[in-house]
Design a protein around this ligand. Structure first.
Ligand code: SAM
Length: 285
């Protein structure tokens, strides 16, 4: 399959994503970014119940650690959904995402860069009356290497007005523990590339694309693709859906391979990729 990438920036296939990844050479992928079916979510493409979630996702993780480069990363965007209420039990939150995060270290020997939070500014109402409105998802960000390098400069953000004010008014000295600054010594300047990125991503959820029920906004994969890959690196999404990860990867001139088990999603994603590649090629002319 990687042969397809000699003449093209992307390749897609309709197949099980774990099997698809196994067809790639070992240690070839720089970033696996994807959003698997969420625990308990009832979708056109089936349900991965929380009770069987770890079994369902395990083949993907087995394939990931074989196929990621030694300096590669895995980012799984997932939402912890709730168990169905019964006559004796309220609809409790599933802890399977937390269990998955622990197993990524304990069973697959990956290293946790962070568990980032995507705050959804326009969450879909759930009608829930036994807990608060459900308004975030988790991005489980793991590294193959215990000593990783990420490109923070590529994901810096504009300074907030109060931080700019702080730079104007104070001078700081680094503490001996290297963590913070306490008293006047040497004036520091704001970084011209912007402030350090936060481990929270805020934004709206996406409008539906075609007939896919769970399209992500582009800004989610964008952060991790920019932070962990360079132009020409290979990004893979084993649960490609409408192709969000691929659009960003192609636009940022990374190579992309995507898998999905639903043929209509694969066909629609490929159409989107053709358009994205036309724009990239047009920009180069
Ligand atoms: C949450 S959606 C991904 C949405 C995607 N990130 C987007 O922005 O459109 C999960 C996707 O996983 C796909 N899927 C489910 N089981 C799969 C499997 N065994 N192999 C590959 N894809 C699978 C579904 O068809 C669905 O498109």
């Amino acid at each position: 399959m990687l042969d397809l990438l000699t003449n093209s920036e992307y390749a897609v296939a309709c197949c099980d994503g774990a099997q698809g990844m196994l067809s790639l050479p070992d240690k070839s992928i720089k970033l696996i970014y994807g959003s698997p079916p969420y625990p308990n979510a009832e979708r056109d493409y089936g349900i991965w119940k929380s009770s069987e979630y770890i079994d369902k996702i395990s083949p993907f993780l087995d394939a990931s650690v074989l196929k990621l480069r030694d300096d590669g990363f895995l980012v799984i965007n997932v939402k912890a959904t709730r168990e169905k209420a019964t006559a004796k039990m309220a609809s409790k939150r599933s802890l399977v995402v937390e269990k998955l995060a622990i197993l990524l270290e304990e069973q697959w020997n990956l290293h946790c860069v962070d568990i980032e939070i995507w705050v959804k500014e326009n969450p879909v109402p759930t009608g829930l009356r036994v807990a608060c409105q459900d308004a975030y998802e988790q991005n489980l960000w793991f590294s193959m290497s215990p000593k990783w390098t990420i490109n923070l400069d590529a994901i810096r953000r504009p300074y907030e007005s109060h931080s700019v004010k702080t730079y104007e008014d104070y001078e700081y000295k680094p503490r001996s523990n290297g963590l913070s600054y306490v008293r006047k010594n040497k004036r520091i300047q704001p970084n011209p590339l912007g402030a350090l990125p936060k481990n929270i991503i805020s934004g709206g959820v996406s409008a539906r694309i075609g007939d896919h029920q769970a399209t992500q906004p582009l800004y989610l994969p964008e952060k991790y693709i920019k932070a962990t890959t360079n132009e020409g690196d290979l990004v893979v999404d084993p649960w490609m859906g409408s192709g969000t990860t691929g659009i960003v990867a192609i636009t940022l001139k990374r190579k992309f391979i995507g898998f999905d088990i639903v043929q209509s999603y694969v066909t629609a994603a490929e159409e989107r990729f053709k358009e994205a590649q036309k724009v990239v090629k047009g920009d180069e002319c």
